[in-house]
Each structure stands twice: as C-alpha cells, then as structure tokens.
Design a protein around this ligand. Structure first.
Ligand SMILES: Cc1cc2nc3c(=O)[nH]c(=O)nc-3n(C[C@H](O)[C@H](O)[C@H](O)COP(=O)(O)O)c2cc1C
Length: 203
C-alpha cells in the first residue's frame, strides 16, 4: 500500500468555508449542474422520499432551494420540517451531507429569485401543478401557452405557492475518496455555543 501524503485532508474548522471551497472546485470540474443536490424529506411517521433540486443560495444562514409548496415534497415539509441534503461530485470523488430544519424564505427573496429566472422558466413553473397527475403532456404545454398569451413579456407573477426553503445546517459531513477505499469522513455538528465541533468517522 502506498503511504498517504497527508493523513487528513478535510480541515477541522469552519464547515461553511469548506463547503464554499469544495463547491467552487465543483463549479470548475462538474460537467453540469454542480449545484444539484438530493433532497430527502419524510412524512411525520417516517416514510422517506428523495429527489434532486438545485441549490440557489448558500452561506452561514443556510442552504436555499426553490420549489412548489403544493408538491409532494411541499406536503411532507409542511408536516415535517426536517430535511437532509446530499451533494455528490463525481469529478472530485467527494460527497457532502447536510441535515437540519427548514424555514421559508421571505416573499421579497422569493420574488427576487423568481424575477431572475428565464421568462420561459417562470411560465413553466407558474403553469405546473407539480407532483399532481397530468393526463397528457399537451395539457401542461397548453397551460404554458395560455400564460404566455396572458403575459407576453414573460413577467408572470410568482405564484404564492412557489417559493424557497432555507435549510439551517445542524450537521454537515464531508467525505473524501482516498486510496484503496480508506476514505475520509469528517462530521461537524452545531455545538451549544452556536459554533461547530467535529470528529472523524470511520468511512
Ligand atoms: C438536476 C435536477 C434539478 C432539479 N431541480 C429542481 C428544483 O430546484 N426545484 C424543484 O422543485 N424540482 C427540481 N427538480 C425536479 C425534482 O427532482 C422533482 O421531480 C420535483 O421537484 C417533484 O418532486 P416531488 O414530487 O417529490 O415534490 C430537479 C430535478 C433534477 C434532475
């Protein structure tokens, strides 16, 4: 077995800074959507579900994604406001897990993000009854076309049920691929003083 150059590659402090650094690297190396993350939710009685969403904001305050609050995930989040997020960057052989409670972003924040989207994307999300049965794809396309006719400039208003959630991290875990599958894991948890403590975990 070859000797490792450095036995611990994941820093001990400031998981938000580590996230920023790894995310910046992923933006350079991933072929598409470096901000794609799996979002796990669960019903109050513990039945899980998971799907991909896009990270649209991040920092010490938390990790933001946008969706339709009337969707399946929206229903689960209304009843159980705890989630897990997962990034897997194949190009870097890295994984980040984030767990914590959610809060809704403000209407102003959601409006600003909605307004930044491509007009066709705004129409598409305004026309979508996300997660509801769709009898025929043409029904959805017709709804988009009707909204496009109503708002020719594409400035359809943000539906009140289309908004964002901010995940406040209570735990962040970094996983780095290492030779011979002797991988490295470091898990940070919020301590009582509002800071972070961390420890290595067996891989
Ligand atoms: C790469 C990728 C990114 C996605 N981003 C979002 C997103 O940001 N918001 C969203 O509501 N759905 C997004 N989706 C679609 C979701 O995975 C999912 O199909 C949809 O939100 C309905 O999920 P639900 O029925 O569990 O609520 C994305 C899908 C993929 C594959």
């Amino acid at each position: 077995m070859k000797p490792e150059q450095n036995s611990e590659a994941i820093p001990h402090a400031d998981p938000i800074a580590i996230f920023e650094s790894w995310f910046a690297e992923a933006q350079k190396s991933e072929p598409n959507d470096p901000n794609a993350m799996a979002l796990a939710t669960a019903t109050p009685d513990g039945l899980p579900s998971v799907r991909m969403v896009l990270l649209k904001g991040h920092g010490p305050d938390g990790f933001v994604f946008y969706t339709n609050f009337h969707s399946r995930k929206g229903g689960e989040l209304a009843a159980n406001g705890h989630v897990a997020l997962l990034f897997h960057w194949k190009s870097l052989r890295r994984q980040i897990r984030i767990e914590g409670p959610i809060t809704e972003v403000s209407a102003e924040e959601a409006d600003a993000y909605f307004a930044s989207r491509h007009p066709e994307s705004r129409l598409g999300s305004a026309a979508s009854d996300q997660s509801r049965p769709l009898p025929d794809r043409q029904v959805y396309l017709d709804r988009v076309a009707a909204l496009r006719a109503e708002y020719p400039d594409g400035n359809v208003p943000r539906p009140a049920h289309w908004s964002g959630y901010r995940v406040t991290p209570a735990a962040i875990e970094f996983w780095q691929d290492r030779d011979y599958r002797l991988h490295e894991r470091r898990r940070f948890v919020v301590d009582g003083a509002g800071g972070w403590t961390s420890s290595l975990l067996y891989p």
